[in-house]
Every structure is written in C-alpha cells, then in structure tokens.
Design a protein around this ligand. Structure first.
Ligand code: RIB
Ligand code: CA
Length: 313
C-alpha cells in the first residue's frame, strides 16, 4: 500500500466531527498526525475534551490532541448546544478522557509541523470554524505553499445557510478566518451544505451502525440519534445531514463526490449576509478558481464506507 496520507484534523466535536475522526482513525490510508480543537459547536474546553473522548472510544489514546483558539478572530463566539447538546457529544455516555491534552498551542503545532514535514506532505482537514487555520497562515505565511490541500466542511451556495438564511455555521462563526483561508492560494476542496444535505442519517443507516454490535457502533448510533433530531424537526426529513465525515470520505474515495472548480468568496461586511460563501458556479467573474466545490455525493456508497470502516474499530 502507498504511504499513508498525513493529515491534521481541525475540529469542534460535535457528533458529526466525532464520526469523521472515527473514520480517519479507522482508515490505514490516513495518518492522523494531530487533532487540533477549536471553539465552535461548544466552547474550546469541551471540544478539546470531546476530541480526546473520541480518540479513546476509537482505542487510539496515543493520538496527539491540541487546544487552539477559544474564540473567533473578530466576532463573539456563537455555539450550537441546541444541536449538539450541552456537552457537544450528547447521545452516548462516554467516560472522561484519561489521555492528556498536548501542552503546545494548536496553531504552533500546525505551523511547526508544516515547516518540519516535507513540503506538500500534509493535508489540513478543518471540520469547524477556520480560526486555527487562519491564525497559522497569518503567523507563518511560509506554510501556505507547503500545505498539500485544505479539505474542509463549510459554506453553502444553492442550499444557502443553516444558521442564518445565507450562512453555514462554520463560516458564520468566523467569517474573517474563512476569508483568510479562501484567499490563501492553498488548494481547497470544499464540502458545503449542498453536498452534506444529501448525506442523511436515515433510520436504516443508524440501525446499520448499531448492528455492528460494538462499542463504537452503539456510540455512533446514539450520537446520530441525538444529533439528527434538530435537523429532522427543521427539514422534515428522515435523518439529518452528516456533514463532517464527507471531508474524510473524500480523502478515501474521491469518486463518491462530484463538484466543480470555482471561485469562492466570503461575505465579511454585511451583517445581513455575514459568512455567506459566494460561489461563482457559472464562471461569470474573472475571480481565481480557488476551490473545488462539491455538490453531489453517492450517499449509499458513503454510508457503506462509514459502516465498513467503523466496523474495524
Ligand atoms: O454546519 C455544519 C457544521 O457546523 C459541522 O461542521 C458541524 O459540526 C458544525 O460545526
Ligand atoms: Ca464540526
């Protein structure tokens, strides 16, 4: 097998983040060289704890977990306990983590790793607000050409927003950080709501995780049953969108996705549309095509991959 692809997961767990982390840790094609926590779904004290809970659930207590920014660059932190619960991981009753949090700040870890590793060897996988990634890019601009790719969950275009009529949560929480990232020149693969809303955790799919008969399978089923109720109520669907695992699934099976290279720009001026991701899908501007924007997914194949891989833990 080819050498494992080195990734850093930047995350605000969050049940969907948790499933993405489990998928990555279960997949030998990937080497998770670090997990960096950021404030988002819940405050940093919880996201940095939840990331460790998930590593221990996966049987990977040696994974390095770092704490990063506890608030956005410019705006006040907006969290989403109404979706994820007070702990951010409501659903299963996971034990307090025993593995340590790394002493180094997440931003320093990202910079140091990218300057040490061979140029083009490391992929960043942001699953939450982009505060840590933006801080790293500003702190050490030399990392930009050294990043192989940024594969992120965030934004929405045809689907518009989920936290305001026009903005998706990760971008809305820190639009200034997102603006820095999308202007960075680093190759970006974007998983917006347009594709994640086509990956629904239907009852049959939740049952498939439970049918694994493992601790990971049961915990995943309980996480999804808690997480999906908010979106089922809002959208009237069977199941809720499973956002963040789309990032890791793309690394493993890019053939499951379809998209287009476009310009993506972030609204940072208007309070009405703050955090909107403006995607030039029809190429009507001369703005640089800075992102590969995904819009379609083979959702059957996606969930089959998830169940098979989580079954290995
Ligand atoms: O809008 C969905 C995104 O916001 C996901 O990453 C979810 O975990 C929350 O962070
Ligand atoms: Ca997330």
């Amino acid at each position: 097998m080819a050498e494992a692809r080195k990734i850093i997961i930047d995350t605000d767990p969050g049940q969907d983040d948790a499933v993405a982390i489990l998928l990555a840790l279960a997949s030998p094609e990937l080497e998770v060289i670090g997990i960096t926590a950021v404030a988002g779904n819940v405050p940093l004290s919880l996201t940095s704890k939840n990331a460790r809970k998930i590593c221990e659930l996966a049987g990977r207590p040696g994974t390095k977990v770092f704490a990063g920014a506890d608030r956005p660059l410019m705006r006040q932190l907006v969290t989403a306990e109404e979706v994820h619960g007070q702990t951010g991981l409501n659903g299963p009753d996971l034990p307090e983590p025993t593995m340590p949090l790394q002493a180094q700040h997440a931003v320093d870890f990202i910079v140091e790793t990218l300057m040490r590793e061979e140029s083009g060897a490391v992929t960043l996988c942001p699953l939450g607000p982009l505060t840590n990634v933006a801080l790293a890019l500003v702190r050490e601009p030399r990392i930009a050409p050294r990043i192989r790719e940024i594969v992120l969950m965030g934004g929405g275009y045809f689907e518009q927003g989920n936290v305001t009529p026009s903005a998706e949560f990760n971008i809305y929480v820190d639009p200034h950080a997102a603006d820095i990232v999308f202007r960075s020149g680093v190759p970006i693969v974007m998983m917006p709501l347009d594709v994640t809303h086509k990956a629904l955790t239907t009852a049959a799919r939740v049952a498939a995780f439970r049918a694994l008969g493992t601790g990971v399978g049961e915990a995943t089923a309980r996480m999804l049953e808690f997480f999906e109720r908010f979106d089922e109520e809002k959208y009237g669907t069977d199941g809720g969108p499973l956002h963040d695992p789309c990032v890791i699934a793309w690394l493993l099976r890019p053939d499951l996705f379809k998209g287009r290279h476009c310009n993506v720009a972030v609204e940072t001026a208007s309070e009405l549309t703050m955090g909107a991701t403006i995607v030039d899908w029809w190429g009507v501007t001369q703005r640089p095509r800075n992102a590969h924007v995904m819009r379609d997914i083979d959702h059957e194949g996606f969930f089959a991959l998830l169940v098979e891989r989580l079954g290995r833990l």
